[in-house]
Write a protein that binds this ligand. Structure first.
Ligand code: 13P
Ligand code: SF4
Length: 332
């Protein structure tokens, strides 16, 4: 716990903010301290399902990207601590700019968001002036500012269907979700060539071996997975939709093809059922998102105590990005 003070992220924090946290007492009861700080400071913790179980258990709200955006928009707390990744905290700040938004680790980014650099996307977009742009929420505020509407994995079809079929569309940044929605809606949206490092790591071959081992198990997958992996799925949906499916479906066993964090809520909601994480393409734990898993209880405690790192954003970008985000929430 003590080495948190010498870690790269703390050095980065000190450089950026001139702020240095005092010693963390290793005897602290972090759960108790975090609960007290939340009350004292009128703070809420919003957490994504891919967070570690200990973080999910202290959160005031756990959800998928759409649910988290909706919660952030209506929050009356003075502080929103976002236990997720950078684009999610940005979304919260854009939708509710008068709140102080804290992110426990500034380095918690997203490979999918990084796969769409704003300067390159701007050049791409200029080539297709008659196209409207739908961007998946897993992108930077700059990309959102260049978009007509945002979507998440739970409402992508609905958002795409809100445009007349004659309207040419660009879908960014996830080519896998884009291809899946193209199929669902019978469209040919132009797809930006981005992807998530976690959802592209699953091996269809290993998935089939697992299915042979557990023939009764249903395969449930996130639409950020590649098409050949999705082709084996019995159900495809956002994290909340996958969780709801396991609650409402009568099968007793599921092979879960997404980041492993969601299994905590599945197991809590259905303790009698069996959840098997789908194997990655190699021997690593690559179906854990390295960005999501940067957050820890220690970092959450420090962030609430010192109200740092605070997310500070460019006003003009925020204003531009708010328009397509609010359009999505109206359509959802
Ligand atoms: P959802 O929780 O909206 O399904 O998104 C998954 C994801 O990859 C978030 O980074
Ligand atoms: Fe980004 Fe993939 Fe991690 Fe989600 S799981 S935050 S899309 S890298």
């Amino acid at each position: 716990m003590n080495d948190i003070h010498t870690s790269v992220e703390m050095i980065e924090l000190i450089r950026k903010t001139g702020f240095y946290p005092s010693e963390i007492n290793t005897d602290l009861n972090l759960l108790q301290e975090i609960t007290q700080l939340k009350t004292q400071k009128n703070a809420v913790i919003l957490a994504h399902y891919y967070q570690n179980p200990d973080i999910q258990d202290i959160a005031d709200y756990i959800g998928d990207s759409l649910g988290l955006a909706q919660q952030a928009q209506k929050s009356t707390a003075d502080i929103i601590l976002f236990a997720g990744v950078h684009f999610m905290a940005e979304t919260a700040k854009i939708l509710n700019p008068s709140r102080k938004v804290l992110i426990p680790d500034l380095k918690a980014g997203c490979s999918l968001s990084d796969s769409c650099p704003p300067a390159l996307f701007s050049i791409f977009k200029e080539k297709y002036p008659d196209h409207k742009v739908i961007s998946y929420i897993n992108c930077s505020a700059e990309i959102k500012a260049m978009s007509d509407v945002i979507c998440t994995s739970s409402n992508a079809k609905k958002i795409v269907d809100s445009f007349p079929t004659s309207q040419p569309l660009i879908f960014a940044p996830d080519k896998n979700l884009g291809a899946y929605v193209n199929k669902q809606t019978n469209r040919e949206m132009l797809l930006w060539n981005g992807a998530c490092m976690v959802h592209e790591i699953f091996s269809a071959q290993k998935l089939m071996k697992l299915k042979v081992q557990y023939p009764e198990a249903l395969i449930i997958a996130h639409p950020e997975c590649e098409e050949h992996v999705l082709s084996y799925a019995d159900f495809i949906g956002s994290t909340t939709q996958l969780l709801d499916f396991t609650i409402n479906n009568s099968h007793s066993s599921y092979i879960v093809v997404t980041e492993t964090g969601i299994i905590h809520q599945m197991q809590t909601s259905s303790p009698e059922k069996n959840f098997i994480p789908a194997p990655p393409d190699n021997a690593c734990a690559c179906n854990d998102c390295p960005h999501m898993k940067l957050n820890t209880l220690e970092k959450i405690y420090l962030a609430l105590k010192y109200e740092q790192p605070e997310l500070i954003m460019d006003e003009e970008i925020m204003q531009k990005a708010r328009i397509p985000l609010e359009r999505m929430l109206e359509l959802s």
